[in-house]
Design a protein around this ligand. Sequence first.
Ligand code: GLU
Length: 327
Amino acid sequence: MTAQDWISTGHLPSPEVVQELVAEAHRRFQPVTEGRVADYIPALAAAPPERFGLCVAGCGGPLFEAGESRVPFSIQSLSKPFMFALICQAIGEEEARDKLGVNSTGLPFNSVLAVERSGEGLSNPMVNAGAIAATSLAPGASLARKWAFIQDGFSRFAGRPLEIDRPVYDSEAATNRRNVGIATLLSDHQRLWWDPEEATDLYTRQCALSVTAADLAVMAATLANGGRQPVTGEQVIDPSHCQHVLAVMVTAGLYETSGDWLYATGLPGKSGVSGGLITVAPGKGGLATYSPPLDEAGNSVRGQLTARFLSARLGLNLFASTPDAVR
Ligand code: GLU
């Protein structure tokens, strides 16, 4: 028996069923008007609140889309799991854990206190401190080399060259002093592996990469598929890293309401301030939604409703079981 025989996952329902449920999710949740579009990064405030697209990518490659699944937006915090994945691949998952931490902080994503409180400057790669530290570990002896590593790695996840959304980058670069502060504090704790200003700049570029829900679904499906990109067939990261990335997503993927999320969907997810949300169903596929209005915790309202609906109707919840047949 090989380790593969012990993987406890199944398959998505038939393509017709998945497409119909994706269309139904779009019809159901388009009329929802709750939530507020984020404005702390000025360029994000202009996003139309009615925008809504979703895409499911199966591990076998097919895409199922509805609504504005090809509208570009900046990846923001959804970059964090992929950056962590690239760092696990570069330095190994044990070293990545030792250097960054993997426990939830129980504090806001951009907390400075999170760095101070652990005593060692450890947080986890799904909040800004751990994410900026992860970015600082990108291989390369110059800013340009490090950026090439990051942009190339993200593009391999997406299966196409990804570019920076310039207005979003400029807007965040002009207002990201808190992140520079976090990076400086990390550096003080010997928890940053590059210059704080440059590490923050790399992180800001990474957050400004422009993607669509279709891109993100395929990226999420790569994490669901043992690190192999389902469309290009490229092995982007080793299978063993995927489960660790997903574990960290479970711990802290949806800000302070990660517990509520897990309770509702039973799946690893990650949300971002621009309105994106990814959900990973190991062995089955990835779901991505784009809808800018956010709840109080900073998670897309329509995105969460969609993930909850599809997790139940596509049979994705990792914790669900039925009783074994009576012996
Ligand atoms: N670039 C944003 C920041 O660091 C990402 C925030 C987010 O999506 O949570 O503030």
